[in-house]
Design a protein around this ligand. Structure first.
Ligand code: IMP
Length: 179
């Protein structure tokens, strides 16, 4: 039998989603987006670092006119009263009147997007949707409308295809789940 276990730092992971499964699902998501955004010119905002591989593969499957930019979110321990604040680095595009699609690798608790979306909405885009490759419904604590979801997965840590465990594992073509 083929060995499917891998080691990243101190943890063992087993294969969860093959490269073929991921690529097939990305194609399906792109097909939905191509249909929904026909004759529009959406701006895709991919959130670094984790979404770089998904954003690249998804973008290659688009047949509509579309733009892509990347942003990095940083959580700071702000003033004690307000808690963590999410700020973006690198968003230069004007979102006013644009059809915007956020591209995420994974929605876990939903906190990151929940905190960040108001900053985008403030710029008055014409529409705003979210495309995430992975979603952990059991872990999600913040209300979010996820418009395009690749795979709903259990509340278990995963690596690969852009997702890391303490910096490693992003280069894997498959997605692995902690054992
Ligand atoms: P949230 O704010 O809890 O939804 O978490 C969002 C971010 O946490 C993602 O963009 C990932 O960077 C990271 N994350 C959450 N779950 C995992 C996982 O299972 N593996 C790797 N990164 C994860």
């Amino acid at each position: 039998m083929k060995e499917t276990l891998i080691q990243v730092h101190d943890k063992t992971f087993d294969i969860y989603l093959s490269e073929e499964k991921i690529q097939q699902r990305v194609k399906e998501m792109a097909a939905d987006i191509n249909k929904d955004y026909k004759n529009k010119k959406p701006l895709f905002i991919a959130i670094l670092n984790g979404s770089f591989m998904f954003a690249s593969d998804l973008f290659k499957q688009l047949t509509i006119e579309a733009e892509l930019c990347f942003i990095k979110l940083a959580s700071y321990k702000g003033m004690k009263s307000s808690g963590n604040v999410v700020t973006s680095i690198g968003l230069e595009d004007d979102l006013f009147g644009r059809d915007v699609v956020i591209v995420e690798d994974i929605v876990d608790t939903g906190k990151t997007l929940h905190r960040f979306l108001p900053k985008l909405i403030h710029q008055q885009p014409k529409s705003l949707t979210i495309a995430t490759l992975l979603h952990k419904p059991e872990a999600t604590e913040y209300e979010l409308t996820l418009d395009y979801v690749g795979f709903s997965i259990p509340k278990k840590f995963v690596v690969g295809y852009g997702l890391d465990y303490d910096g490693l594992g992003r280069n894997l073509k498959e997605i692995y789940q902690v054992v």
